[in-house]
Design a protein around this ligand. Structure first.
Ligand SMILES: *Cc1c(COP(=O)(O)O)cnc(C)c1O
Length: 332
């Protein structure tokens, strides 16, 4: 067995985040709404939990006298940013390869976090293939997948462990957004391991990125033909098998919102709570703002508690939000 070196504590790779009650959302939803503020992670999203654990385990599994790993990610979004942050904390090099479509704003954010940024590929698939090749050619290379990895799911499950410590009793529902399913899988795993296995989870996507909905409805993995949404962070054409298996065994309710509803929720949230979150997160908030939660779970009462995972996101600027609002305001 290789000697295991404890590098840095896991808690320096992600933060314990506050859980606050939102009076305004409680009024709209007609039940008690709590916000789990993952947007306060240093990287701006919950992704630091799963990817932080993955990167830490890669370092810890090496003998102490060997070279440190070099981390690779193919995401121009929150996953790339989370890997850059984790690598920096672990004092390892990282290379984030992004597609040509990635904004200057995100590239600069990732660079500031301490990573080398490379641009490759017109579509993400090309970027990802190239990134895996780079990692494979590098003797110290570790490829970091954004959602489909046991470490990522386990790291994300820490969210449910925190909720268990922060709430006096189990909530009546948890609302979270789904892209490739790493967040949903982690939440369910954490709930099941905490004796909260009966807490229903509402799994939210936008209509143009409904890969979880498709798989759950069919009862097997399916690749949706295209992604068409402003919630780009939810834009995975297929979810992980782990996510589907966990969701099938737990009370999980898939739900779709429109882009307009997600954007509207982001805008209202910025006014109500002075926080800017991506449409990927707005999708979950929309379930509370529109009052849909009471229709999805008709047994809820005014005193029921619902937790919305404010998954966060770093890709949204004030300008971009204004743009989206212009585009969708007819549907608000
Ligand atoms: C990654 C991400 C999601 C989706 O998470 P998955 O694990 O891919 O399902 C949702 N919201 C934000 C802000 C994200 O960064």
């Amino acid at each position: 067995m290789t000697p295991v070196l404890e590098t840095v504590p896991l808690t320096s790779l992600y933060s314990e985040t506050p859980l606050i009650e939102s009076r305004v959302l409680s009024l709209w939803a007609n039940c008690k709404v709590y916000l789990k503020l993952e947007n306060l992670q240093p990287s701006g999203s919950f992704k630091s939990r799963g990817l932080g654990l993955l990167c830490k385990r890669a370092v810890d599994s090496l003998p102490s006298d060997s070279n440190k790993p070099h981390f690779y990610s193919s995401s121009g979004g929150n996953a790339g940013l989370a890997v850059a942050f984790a690598a920096h904390t672990l004092e390892c090099p990282s290379t984030i390869v992004v597609p040509l479509t990635t904004s200057e704003y995100m590239k600069s954010k990732i660079k500031t976090a301490g990573a080398e940024v490379r641009v490759h590929g017109r579509v993400w698939n090309e970027t990802d293939i190239y990134t895996r090749e780079l990692a494979a050619e590098d003797a110290r290379g570790v490829y970091c997948p954004p959602f489909d990895h046991d470490d990522v799911v386990q790291g994300n499950s820490s969210l449910s462990f925190e909720l268990r410590a922060q709430l006096p009793s189990p909530p009546d529902a948890i609302i979270c957004s789904v892209g490739g399913g790493g967040l949903l899988a982690g939440i369910i795993k954490g709930l099941d391991e905490n004796g909260w296995d009966r807490v229903p989870v509402v799994a939210v996507e936008t209509e143009g990125a409904a890969s979880f909905n498709a798989a759950y409805t069919l009862g097997k993995l399916v690749r949706i033909p295209e992604i068409n949404t402003v919630a780009t962070t939810l834009g995975s054409t297929i979810i992980s098998q782990t996510c589907l298996t966990l969701a099938q065994k737990h009370h999980t309710i898939p739900y779709l919102v429109t882009d307009a509803q997600a954007v509207n929720a982001c805008w209202r949230f910025s006014e109500d709570h002075q926080m800017l979150v991506e449409p990927a997160c707005g999708a979950s908030l929309a379930i509370a703002y529109t009052g849909a939660i009471r229709k999805i779970l008709p047994d809820l009462t005014k005193n029921s508690t619902v937790v919305v995972i404010i998954c966060g996101g770093s890709a949204l600027t004030v300008d971009l939000l204004q743009n989206y609002c212009e585009r969708f305001k007819d549907q608000f």
